[in-house]
Write a protein that binds this ligand. Structure first.
Ligand SMILES: [Zn+2]
Length: 208
């Protein structure tokens, strides 16, 4: 028994099975290959669904409009194209933006990104545009927080820790040296930068 016949029997035995996808095929004319085909069948009135349902599909009763007469039918597999709506993913955009090395997208970057995405741009293009517009946490020309550790140039004394908002590490270092010099009432030439950390670091404990 063919798959088609099995499905048909199941459909007759279980009315609900009619709604189940059995296989994605296309019926074509065995002679000309076109799909302008049909098959004679008997229908029965179905009270629950208030509609005619196929009762019996007659064998040897297939016809082809193209060949203008009886034919045999063949099953040709078809690929079902299920179109799913493409939803903008903020997470994906953030991943693409991060790959450029300029940090995370800013909040306003997601609105811009979504608009570009809806216009048909792909994530790579949108991310490049976000970076170009400087809409990231580490965009060039954007002030960002640093934590700078300063010590006496002779390596003695305590460590001065300060938070600096600066364009880059060098600017943060200069600002930190000036701040430490003022705090310790000394010349900044007497001091040196021990280290610079990205971000406003909270020191939990420090020995020294
Ligand atoms: Zn035909």
């Amino acid at each position: 028994m063919s798959t088609d016949a099995v499905a048909r029997e199941a459909a007759v035995a279980d009315p609900l099975a009619r709604n189940k996808p059995v296989a994605a095929v296309k019926k074509v004319c065995a002679h000309c290959g076109r799909d302008d085909v049909g098959n004679d069948a008997a229908v029965k009135w179905d009270v629950p669904t208030q509609s005619w349902v196929v009762g019996t599909v007659y064998d040897c009763a297939a016809f082809c409009d193209e060949c203008d007469g009886e034919t045999e039918l063949r099953d040709v597999p078809v690929e079902l194209i299920i179109s799913t709506p493409v939803v903008f993913s903020a997470v994906r955009l953030a991943e693409y933006v991060a790959s450029h090395g300029f940090g995370e997208p800013l909040v306003e970057a997601f609105d811009v990104g979504r608009a570009l995405f809806d216009q048909g741009d792909d994530y790579a293009t949108v991310a490049a545009e976000i970076v170009t517009r400087g809409l990231t946490t580490q965009a060039e020309g954007r002030v960002r927080p640093f934590t700078v550790f300063v010590q006496q140039a002779d390596g003695r004394g305590r460590v001065h820790i300060s938070a600096q908002s600066a364009l880059n590490e060098d600017d943060a270092s200069v600002a930190a040296l000036a701040e430490a010099a003022a705090d310790w009432n000394t010349a900044d030439s007497e001091l040196e930068v021990l280290g610079v950390a990205m971000g406003d670091v909270e020191i939990v404990s420090w020995n020294g």
